[in-house]
Design a protein around this ligand. Structure first.
Ligand code: TMP
Length: 209
């Protein structure tokens, strides 16, 4: 049986990833295309427990190294427990965030360095990479305006516009470095326009027929 495709969605807070994944999933269901939707950090019971520790607003003392390793640990578990078994069954897997989030947030915006984040994730993932990454290209300023500010219970969202602007810059650099794998999605129209753009990309890449 042919292995399923692994598609990841990336972008800044409020970029509309979750909405777009939901719209795509609804369309794929209507068309009878078998797929699952999952997310990071999380996507399996153990990884969701790690997510709660990482994002808890109480954990302000967490150092950057601990944060980067916890994201990688959650990813290792999620990949083996959930993603790989589905791909082996031939299922299309749609994942809200993956390793590029660690590169943009911890590597670039936190300043830990892309190389260090590549290394810990190479260990966690044994060099496994997405088949295609859709980067929802909207600046954090517009995204926060659209979602009416940051969530005060979320440690990452509370980091402010400067931090999130660096995340955005990190994503743009990644898209330049991996032009084949990372596609920038035009989000300047309505959510329906963006959904159409995403559907067309999947068709052009022959991920769906
Ligand atoms: P979410 O809000 O999209 O569910 O993501 C949770 C937060 O975790 C979001 O602020 C992005 C951040 N994050 C990282 O900093 N590094 C990572 O590797 C991942 C997966 C998420």
């Amino acid at each position: 049986m042919k292995r399923g495709a692994f598609i990841t969605f990336e972008g800044c807070e409020g970029s509309g990833k979750s909405t777009q994944i939901r719209l795509l999933s609804e369309r794929l269901k209507r068309e009878g295309i078998s797929h699952i939707v999952t997310r990071e950090p999380g996507g399996s019971d153990i990884a969701e427990q790690i997510r709660a520790i990482i994002l808890s607003g109480k954990n302000t003392a967490m150092c950057d190294e601990c944060e980067a390793l916890l994201y990688a640990a959650a990813r290792a578990q999620h990949l083996r427990e959930r993603v790989q078994p589905e791909l082996e069954r031939g299922t299309l897997v749609l994942c809200d965030r993956f390793v590029d989030s660690s590169l943009a947030y911890q590597g670039y915006a936190r300043g830990l360095g892309m190389k260090f984040i590549e290394e810990i994730n190479a260990f966690a993932l044994r060099d496994f990479r997405p088949d295609l990454t859709l980067f929802l290209n909207i600046s954090p300023k517009s995204a926060f305006e659209r979602k009416h500010g940051a969530d005060e219970n979320d440690r990452m969202e509370q980091l402010g516009l400067n931090f999130h602007s660096r995340v955005y810059e990190g994503y743009l650099k990644l898209a330049e470095s991996y032009p084949e794998r990372i596609v920038k999605v035009d989000c300047s129209g309505t959510k329906w326009d963006t959904a159409g753009n995403i559907y067309d990309i999947l068709k052009n890449r022959k991920i769906i027929n």
